[in-house]
Design a binder for this molecule. Structure first.
Ligand code: BGC
Length: 883
């Protein structure tokens, strides 16, 4: 029996408010038959849930495609809902029932769909420099039975919205952070159940956020504009078929809120005595509120929200109440986390409490905030007094494990404090567990690095006065992130912004959205995010559209590099971060020893090689030829410049050898010598790395690629500095920016650059999943349509269990070295996929599947004894191998 399930449109289950006019539909198949392959599908799209009025019927389409099937024969209309269902036929001739019915709903599609006005506070009563967050409100009548109601809303700055006193949606930090000058996302809310007949009220609070608030280490404000504003449209459909649209306009009213200050980096100040009770209900008397001002601001850049919204994802209870040596009261959340603290307090009116947030305690055990630089991360709350009061901040988030409490008095109860973890609400798709608790903690730290730094934009860190979309960091970690969560729309949105912020000449800003100085752009390995990220998303989700979407941007980046300097095949000019934080750096330098021209040219070659592959995928023949030739020319120039005639690499660092091998830049003797040299360098350093941001993500991958997985394991299991486990043994719960963020003696690396939640080095996750567990894509059949499974057991681990939910369904790879003589490997792959498997060190003669010899097993279409093990081709299903 097989069924079609997990229907998704543009990656989402029943999305409302999309503006993609040719949405793509994906489904999974569940089947108890092995080797299930789809031979055909049929999609029906209907206006009604009974499927009486079909808008589109694909009829039976002979195709094995079950992921990203584009709906292109339908002219979609704004605000309309479309129901769809799918059935499929297998190659074995089975026909499934219709799937359960799913739907998507269009949002507003163009600027002219917005009848609403931008509204803002009157500048006379609210001078531009005022820090108090404004409230906006509006009342209206509902005149009949409501069938359906939607709010479409966005803001300059951040907004929180209420309808009749209740929160609209569960999203935080709306409308999210995009390249605001070019793109501003609106959100869609189903508010059918929040409306009542008669008088209704909408209430909104605005915050500075990324738009107007203080950003970057220089504390620049008004980055995009100096006025916050709001734009919204409420579409009410009555049961009698009529429709009414309520909009933001000059009839709205404004007043001050109790939020006296709210800044992303600095925290929030709230005076509960200023609360206006029931201010967002219809009965509230707003005679003393001021009329709003309408604002002439374009709506051309307003687009539908593309990625998953930020939500409150989980809650953490503190594990300890500490009195520090200096006498301060600190609570320990037990986890370096990102979000805020919700607390309950009872006290007298006017009493003030503060919560300051830090990632670590210092050598003596005192509260330490020097590494936050200028970010204050401080919540000040002034009580209204009387009954217990519960508080959560609005437009700020903190990166912290420890919270310093002031003003709470003597009897502090831990139960009054809860850590609220916020991040983009991406689906969790991957899990990795193994026999070594330290590696499991490392895995935990990688995951928490992702949680903390995937808050709408992929950031470098979530705590100091930075929290920016550093392109290099994102590029290094993206592949790891695809294993842990479904990050497709998260990156698709960010890449849209990358393209929007790209310079005329193709240069790529260091951070996206671009908020640094004009000159801050186009470092090698950072700007290459423009090419690497779309390619990774395509590989991991089979998403060809992201390549189409980014193609011009990818090309522009390559053409930018090509134009630099005198030699179009080398990149040896300009500023580069180099092997950032590499341990072979000169004293007092952040930049590792590896020659920067070497790194730049290597990444140039790599980006061009990916661009050539992209051109091929998109059937752009001429481009494919062009970039294939260019790649060969760069490779040649690289060899001329950096390889001696006898085949020695002129840059003798770990990172240099890693890059040359990873990007396949060497031939023959030179290639062999680089592999040998890398191992020599590792031996010299007693198997410790010296690599920085650029070399580290590829180090273990390259070792496995050149057949030295045992060396990669050695690196992995080091516990002394520098190593991944050093920080784990020091109690890290997230990934550190520096290999020695905290030194052996408990002192810190430095004040100015010492984040304890920086995911870049978490890129080791990629090797754990792709090599140790052995789950990998096949470049030719991306999105795990054809899966590579090649577990690589090594000294130090006796078992590994990994699973990944691909677009097709769950993939499992588990191995267990039960004894010296018995290896158990369990593999499971979803319907409509196939896998090439290598069972390491297996001998055909000893191999059993579920206890039986292999030739009696269905699902295995090919079997071959190789030098390194038994190679198999499997169809979908679960297999338990022993040998
Ligand atoms: C960030 C990094 C970033 C780097 C550029 C730092 O301040 O935190 O992670 O990539 O600057 O080298």
């Amino acid at each position: 029996m097989s069924i079609v399930n997990k229907l998704r449109c543009e990656y989402r289950e029943n999305p409302i408010g999309i503006d993609c006019t040719q949405p793509r539909i994906s489904w999974q198949i569940q089947s108890d038959t092995r080797s299930w392959l789809q031979a055909a599908y049929q999609i029906q799209i209907s206006q009604d849930i009974e499927f009486k009025n079909l808008l589109w019927n694909s009829e039976k389409v002979l195709s094995n495609q079950s992921v990203h099937v584009e709906v292109h024969h339908l002219v979609v209309e704004k605000c309309k809902r479309y129901y769809y269902r799918v059935r499929v036929w297998s190659e074995q001739g089975e026909q499934t029932d219709w799937s359960e019915i799913a739907f998507w709903e269009m949002g507003l599609l163009q600027a002219s769909d917005w009848q609403a006005d931008w509204i803002s506070t009157p500048t006379e009563q609210f001078p531009l420099e005022t820090e108090t967050c404004p409230l906006l409100r509006h009342t209206f009548q509902v005149k009949g039975h409501v069938q359906r109601a939607r709010i479409y809303a966005t803001s300059l700055g951040l907004y929180e919205m209420k309808l009749n006193g209740l929160s609209v949606g569960e999203q935080a930090f709306t409308p999210g952070w995009t390249s605001y000058k070019h793109r501003l996302q609106y959100q869609t809310y189903d508010v059918t159940d929040l409306l009542t007949s008669g008088g209704n009220a909408i209430g909104v609070m605005l915050g500075n956020g990324w738009y107007k608030g203080k950003l970057t280490g220089r504390g620049k404000k008004n980055m995009y504009g100096d006025r916050t504003a709001f734009l919204m449209q409420l579409h009410i459909q009555y049961e009698d078929g009529t429709e009414e649209i309520i909009t933001s306009n000059s009839n709205w009213r404004a007043a001050e809120s109790p939020v006296l200050m709210s800044e992303i980096y600095h925290g929030e100040t709230y005076d509960a005595r200023l609360e206006k009770i029931n201010w967002s209900t219809a009965t509230y008397e707003d005679a003393d509120w001021f009329p709003v001002e309408t604002l002439q601001h374009t709506k051309d850049m307003v687009v539908a929200q593309e990625n998953e919204p930020v939500h409150k994802i989980e809650e953490i209870s503190p594990i300890a109440l500490i009195t520090t040596p200096s006498g301060e009261t600190v609570i320990d959340m037990g986890q370096n986390m990102v979000g805020w603290v919700r607390f309950t307090i009872q006290g007298r009116s006017g009493q003030e409490v503060t919560l300051e947030h830090a990632e670590v305690l210092d050598q003596e055990g005192n509260f330490y905030t020097d590494n936050l630089r200028n970010a204050k991360q401080t919540i000040r709350y002034i009580l209204k007094g009387g009954a217990p009061e519960v508080y959560e901040p609005h437009f700020t988030f903190q990166g912290f494990r420890f919270v310093l409490l002031t003003g709470f008095g003597e009897s502090i109860r831990l139960a009054d404090f809860t850590g609220i973890v916020l991040h983009s609400d991406m689906e969790r798709t991957g899990y990795f567990q193994c026999s070594d608790p330290l590696i499991n903690q490392l895995q935990h730290n990688i995951l928490w690095g992702q949680k903390g730094n995937f808050l709408d934009v992929p950031t470098d860190c979530p705590q100091r006065d930075e929290r920016l979309g550093w392109t290099g960091d994102a590029q290094m970690f993206i592949r790891t992130s695809t294993f842990l969560m479904n990050v497709a729309t998260f990156f698709s949105k960010w890449l849209h912004d990358l393209a929007a912020d790209q310079l005329e000449d193709g240069g790529v800003p260091f951070v996206i959205p671009h908020v640094l100085s004009e000159k801050s752009h186009s470092s090698a390995a950072w700007g290459d995010a423009a090419v690497i990220c779309p390619w990774v998303i395509y590989q991991c989700y089979g998403d060809k559209r992201i390549l189409e979407q980014q193609y011009e941007s990818m090309k522009a980046w390559v053409s930018y590099i090509r134009k630099q300097g005198n030699d179009e095949f080398l990149w040896n000019t300009g500023f580069h971060f180099g092997d950032w934080l590499g341990l072979d750096a000169k004293p007092d330098s952040y930049i590792g020893a590896t020659d920067r021209d070497f790194i730049a040219t290597a990444f140039y070659a790599y980006s061009v090689s990916l661009l050539a592959k992209t051109a091929k995928v998109l059937s752009k023949e001429a481009d494919w030829e062009l970039y294939t030739r260019l790649y060969a020319q760069i490779r040649h120039a690289f060899q001329q410049e950096f390889v001696t005639p006898s085949g020695k690499l002129s840059v003798p660092t770990q990172t240099a050898n890693v890059l040359a091998l990873m990007f396949d830049l060497l031939d023959g003797t030179a290639k062999e010598r680089a592999a040998k040299k890398l191992l020599e360098l590792l031996e010299e350093s007693k198997f410790h790395l010296t690599t920085g941001f650029v070399g580290t993500p590829y180090l273990n991958l390259v070792l496995s690629q050149i057949g030295h997985t045992e060396a990669a394991y050695q690196l992995l299991f080091q516990q002394d500095y520098p190593s991944w486990l050093y920080q784990v043994t020091k109690g890290a719960t997230t990934i550190w920016e520096h290999w020695d963020g905290i030194k052996e003696d408990g002192s810190f690396w430095s004040k100015d650059m010492n984040s304890f939640n920086h995911y870049a080095y978490g890129a080791i996750g990629e090797w754990l999943y792709r090599c140790v567990a052995g789950i990998d894509v096949d470049e030719e059949a991306p999105g795990y349509k054809h899966i590579q499974i090649k577990p690589q057991p090594g000294a130090g681990l006796t078992w590994v269990e990994a699973k990944l939910e691909s677009m097709y369904g769950w993939i499992y790879a588990e191995w267990r070295q039960s004894s010296e003589h018995l290896m158990e490997i369990r593999i499971s792959i979803p319907p409509n996929t196939t896998a090439s498997v290598l069972l390491p060190n297996a001998k055909e003669t000893h191999l059993r599947e579920n206890g039986a010899a292999l030739d009696q097993t269905t699902g295995i279409s090919e079997m071959r004894q190789t030098e390194t093990g038994v190679s198999l081709i499997l169809g979908s299903g679960t297999y338990n191998f022993t040998y």
